[in-house]
Design a protein around this ligand. Structure first.
Ligand code: IPD
Ligand code: CA
Ligand code: CA
Length: 258
């Protein structure tokens, strides 16, 4: 998984350099970025197929690719943080999850510009490159730094979202919206953020992050506490200590916002 990510990352980094140039041209980088995205996906599918010929895929651009082995499936986002990439903002990642018998089993999230590989296998702990990952120990909301993803153009509206945001920024030491859900989860796993919530994500945004976060000692649920994150795309991730506080805060805000 790491080798596939490294290989696809080389192309992405080259293309990111081009985007920085295209930024100033009138045509703009949109078509170019979508081709960078497709190229990275092709490389990942090729490399992983070479390594495990029978596994299936669920990939953002190409959809479902059935494999002979029905218990193993790669769930991939070749470029998470496309809007950042498009605007020349250096914050994006490749996300590769491995689902085994319907449960997320392993995950790799690679930030090529910082050369940070977040990875984990169920039962084996979580790592950043060769170093062990651990969630933060912060247990007071007032000390916590929380990440989120805001609904944007074309997404289902969430009338309660602004009320949630309002109550989280009032209760914590800050809120961040960096634009890559995969890295948001990796950063909670690394103890950089203490929590993260977002609605209506896709399975490839969170597949790898779920494993990395759990293996780093964090907790992940739906925003309302349920456990169907891969189906609903609604997610609340935390260092564990703050999970109930955050869930409660968001529930109260949601009730007030309806
Ligand atoms: C997006 C990013 C972003 C999140 C969006 C996702 P993409 O993925 O993860 O942080 O807010 O909901 O769609 O489109 O850059 O692969
Ligand atoms: Ca994504
Ligand atoms: Ca993507």
């Amino acid at each position: 998984m790491a080798n596939a990510a490294y290989k696809a990352a080389r192309g992405l980094c080259r293309d990111f350099g081009e985007v920085e140039q295209l930024q100033v041209s009138r045509k703009g980088p949109a078509d170019f970025v979508s081709s960078a995205d497709h190229k990275a996906e092709r490389t990942l599918v090729e490399e992983l197929t070479r390594a495990r010929p029978k596994f299936g895929f669920l990939v953002e651009e190409g959809g479902e690719i059935k494999g002979e082995d029905s218990s193993n499936r790669w769930i991939i986002d070749p470029l998470d943080g496309t809007t950042n990439f498009l605007h020349g903002i250096p914050h994006f990642a490749i996300s590769i999850g491995l689902e085994r018998d319907g449960r997320m089993f392993a995950g790799v999230i690679y930030d090529p510009l910082r050369d940070e590989l977040f990875w984990a296998e169920t039962g084996g702990g979580a790592f950043i490159n060769a170093q062990r990952l651990r969630v933060s120990a912060r247990a007071r909301l007032g000390d916590a730094l929380i990440a989120t993803g805001m609904p944007f153009k074309g997404r289902a509206s969430h009338p309660e979202y602004p009320v949630m945001l309002d109550s989280v920024w009032a209760a914590t030491s800050g809120v961040r919206r960096f634009g890559s859900a995969a890295l948001d989860l990796a950063y909670v796993a690394a103890g950089r953020y203490d929590g993260f919530w977002e609605f209506a994500l896709s399975p490839w945004d969170i597949a790898a992050g779920l494993v990395v976060l759990r293996e780093a000692g964090g907790i992940v649920s739906e925003v309302d506490g349920g456990d169907r994150m891969m189906e609903s795309g609604d997610i609340l991730a935390s260092n564990g200590h703050l999970h109930e506080y955050l869930r409660e805060l968001l529930a109260q805000a949601a009730a007030a916002g309806r």
